[in-house]
Design a protein around this ligand. Sequence first.
Ligand SMILES: Nc1nc2c(ncn2[C@@H]2O[C@H](COP(=O)(O)OP(=O)(O)OP(=O)(O)O)[C@@H](O)[C@H]2O)c(=O)[nH]1
Ligand SMILES: Nc1nc2c(ncn2[C@@H]2O[C@H](COP(=O)(O)OP(=O)(O)OP(=O)(O)O)[C@@H](O)[C@H]2O)c(=O)[nH]1
Ligand SMILES: [Mg+2]
Ligand SMILES: [Mg+2]
Ligand SMILES: [Zn+2]
Ligand SMILES: [Zn+2]
Lengths: 210, 210
Amino acid sequence: QKVMKVNDELAQGVRLRLEGAGVACVNIMSAPGSGKTSLIEVALRALQGTPRIGVIEGDPDTTLDAERIAACNAPVVQINTDGGCHLEANLVGRALGDFDLANLDLLLIENVGNLVCPVGFDLGENKRVAVVSTTEGHDKPAKYPKLFRSADLVILNKIDLLPYVNFDVEIFRGYVLGLRPGVPILNVSCRTGEGVDAWCSWLREAASGA
Amino acid sequence: QKVMKVNDELAQGVRLRLEGAGVACVNIMSAPGSGKTSLIEVALRALQGTPRIGVIEGDPDTTLDAERIAACNAPVVQINTDGGCHLEANLVGRALGDFDLANLDLLLIENVGNLVCPVGFDLGENKRVAVVSTTEGHDKPAKYPKLFRSADLVILNKIDLLPYVNFDVEIFRGYVLGLRPGVPILNVSCRTGEGVDAWCSWLREAASGA
Ligand SMILES: Nc1nc2c(ncn2[C@@H]2O[C@H](COP(=O)(O)OP(=O)(O)OP(=O)(O)O)[C@@H](O)[C@H]2O)c(=O)[nH]1
Ligand SMILES: Nc1nc2c(ncn2[C@@H]2O[C@H](COP(=O)(O)OP(=O)(O)OP(=O)(O)O)[C@@H](O)[C@H]2O)c(=O)[nH]1
Ligand SMILES: [Mg+2]
Ligand SMILES: [Mg+2]
Ligand SMILES: [Zn+2]
Ligand SMILES: [Zn+2]
């Protein structure tokens, strides 16, 4: 509990710094491999620098995700938690120093792949995105409800794979809307490009809210 | 650290109880939705009661997984962690009381879907199984190494989806064997049945080791 309280205070510090610099912030969460990095890649390529986006990548180990983002020409910082299961505000606060915030409109944070632990840690974001992939089963929101209760956007990714999996989109939507009434749910495929326009619109909206 | 020490002692208690009853125990871990429950379902149907298997299901919420196992006619207990991100030995120890251990050969524990937190918690098992699905990306072992370092078996599930995803099996195997030299890696599809025989053989082997 004390850990949480300290984190919340640090998160508020991050929030104020970002607000002062006019940078909006989005915390992207999902299970491992749902497509968080892919969603950031497709958005960066489609948005082509407007708004100006910086990325914080969180993983227990490796710089693989940051390398993918760097290849999209966006400023990126990789945080390795060395086995830690979620990002925390102190790590994000430290990473902020590596960005030229004056030249950014939006900071995207890709959290550690985990449907449970990241949820309780405010990172100073304005918005939270929960990603589920069609390959994980439509019962994920019911079994891991906490993430969905605080989501501002839910992305159902890999819809190109629907023909090959037992995923009932209506059951999934029912669970999500039961936990977070009115939350927008986008069907996206990073592979085919379906839904990427709507995802980019949402990001532009988030950036302009800063 | 103290939490870990208490857990290890309780786990040793579970281990001795199971050994005394002649019941082997396997801890199955993976990201959410990789197919842990599906792998248990296909094994139960193929093995048809030999060896005699009981199942502990761990999830933050719902009894959905236990219901699926019950439909396979195996004794099953659902543990809800109420938001907790991993099973612990105290929970497993308590669940043991709901089984007729004298009439079981093998206890399968499906851990909470999470590639990080469950790894540090001994549950009293003899063997650990790590499951990765072809839809999650071949870099998962590199990014979440701790689980693979302690795996006795690695299952690559959903191989029926290989034609539709960017998953390099050789890169994946390289990562896994680098972390845990010599570990068996099984390619399985719960959908087509491929690899299920080998999975069942491994389970029979595990059960006879009790
Ligand atoms: N078929 C299909 N595959 C996808 C799609 N989006 C991502 N993938 C694949 O899914 C795998 C995981 O994608 P990532 O973007 O690395 O997922 P992630 O959530 O960032 O993974 P972690 O950071 O490790 O938790 C990769 O093999 C991607 O190519 C999609 O829309 N369709
Ligand atoms: N195409 C295909 N789909 C599969 C396969 N195995 C499982 N699935 C699907 O993957 C989804 C998740 O399977 P589950 O067995 O519930 O996965 P899980 O690891 O138990 O999920 P959690 O307990 O929630 O972490 C379901 O929609 C399954 O039908 C497979 O071999 N091929
Ligand atoms: Mg990623
Ligand atoms: Mg399951
Ligand atoms: Zn955690
Ligand atoms: Zn944890």
